[in-house]
Design a protein around this ligand. Structure first.
Ligand code: GUN
Ligand code: ZN
Length: 411
């Protein structure tokens, strides 16, 4: 017989960008294969024989958080300050990423990275890593950690140190092998193709990446229009192309499976092109503050259904999606319910995974965290969101589950 589990606790669930619902006397019931059977008021719950999982008094449950843009291979170099984007990449990031050729290093960092994600209640992430060795290590450690992830191979062939340059044909062949071995192999893990950004990719590499993604129907992850010097570089390198967005569009890289990070300085026509192609836009507020890249004009994306949040570790120094929500609020006044939505259900929609994750609902996967706040007074959804996002020193993530299995703490 399939075993069932039940947790009695408060439940904070996103419903829409405008609405987040808190159930004080809630219950979550799920079975051991990871499906939610019931999530709602305890007094209306079906009578099911289930094993109770003990949680602290006053604990509450939130859906697993989703980080739609992060760099695994930048784990050790968070917080390297004093530069803006291009200098920071050259001085701190490229040297760190070169180390991922070493399988042992890649495995060790991947393991640490996933523990950090899970201990922050992040159960799903779209990420970048380097080299075939780095991608293999990232998949193998993700499988062990039990996390969900979209794992991308960072592609570059110009304006970077020679050790980081790939030949487009060789890289595509390697991507094909990685795709065949790992994509959807466990149901929780996906391979993606990540041309870093236009300044480090030749038109040939961009086109090869676009062709690959469209042939195999995988996600594309890249950066766009983050920094004004970067924009000048794109103009210099692609003098005949009208705009940055157009560079990607010509290579077949603007698709509904594309996750574009930053998008701070897009012109109106570029934004309309990105929206027409149905690409996802990932707002990375902590990174934008850290690298002094500029303000993401969130008001221009108000009703766009595929907007999400990313930590952009290591330009974003923190793994915590609550810190990312807080920084987003500091940059643009936004309703807290919307910020919570962007890091949960909105993130799931952005990744095309909303049938399975993003909120706690019968039929979806049991990905969630149990949280305790000290000094919490008579919580409603709004008070809980204030406390979660701004009172980091009073927030404790007690347990984290993915597909009904406890993944943190994992002893
Ligand atoms: N643009 C190209 N590469 C990167 C990166 O690694 N981080 C950020 N923030 N922007 C980029
Ligand atoms: Zn990034």
């Amino acid at each position: 017989m399939v075993k069932r589990y039940q947790i009695n606790a408060g439940i904070l669930n996103p419903e829409s960008p405008q609405k987040c619902r808190f159930i004080k006397d809630g219950v979550l019931i799920f079975n051991e294969d990871g499906h939610i059977l019931y999530c709602g008021q305890r007094k209306q719950a079906p009578l099911l024989d289930s094993t109770k999982i003990k949680v602290p008094a006053n604990a509450f449950i939130i859906p697993g958080l989703i980080d739609c843009h992060t760099h695994l291979s930048q784990y050790y170099v968070r917080g390297r300050s004093g530069d803006t984007l291009l200098g920071w990449l050259k001085n701190h990031i490229f040297p760190a990423e070169r180390k991922f050729k070493d399988t042992k290093h890649a495995a060790l960092v991947s393991k640490k990275f996933y523990q950090r994600l899970l201990s922050n209640g992040i159960t799903c992430a779209a990420l970048y890593t380097n080299y075939g060795a780095g991608v293999r290590a990232a998949f193998e450690q993700a499988e062990r950690a039990g996390v969900r992830a979209i794992i991308g191979y960072t592609l570059m062939d110009r304006n970077v140190p020679k050790e980081l340059k790939q030949d487009p044909e060789v890289a595509m062949e390697e991507c094909r092998r990685l795709y065949e071995r790992y994509h959807k192999a466990s149901g929780r893990l996906f391979f993606s193709i990540n041309p870093r950004f236009a300044p480090s990719c030749s038109p040939k590499l961009l086109k090869a990446a676009g062709d690959f993604a469209n042939k195999y129907d995988v996600h594309i992850q890249t950066h766009i229009s983050e920094n004004l010097q970067e924009l000048a570089e794109v103009k210099r390198l692609f003098p005949k192309t009208k705009s940055y967005a157009e560079v990607y569009d010509r290579a077949g890289l603007l698709t509904p499976r594309t996750l574009l990070a930053h998008g701070i300085h897009l012109s109106r026509s570029e934004r309309l092109l990105v929206q027409k192609r149905g690409c996802a836009m990932v707002h990375c507020p902590s990174s934008n503050l850290f690298l002094h890249s500029g303000r993401f004009p969130v008001e221009q994306w108000e009703d766009y259904p595929r907007l999400a949040l990313g930590s952009d570790v290591g330009a974003g120094p923190s793994f915590s999606m609550f810190d990312v929500m807080r920084d987003a609020y500091y940059i643009n006044i936004m309703p807290l319910a919307q910020l919570f939505y962007l890091a949960t259900l909105g993130g799931a929609k952005t990744l095309g995974l909303e049938k399975n994750i993003g909120s706690l609902k019968a039929g979806k996967q049991a990905d969630f965290s149990v949280i305790r706040m000290s000094d919490m007074q008579a919580p409603g959804s709004e008070e809980l969101l204030y406390d979660l996002i701004f009172k980091w020193d009073q927030r404790e993530i007690v347990q984290v589950f993915v597909a009904g299995r406890r993944v943190w703490p994992n002893c």
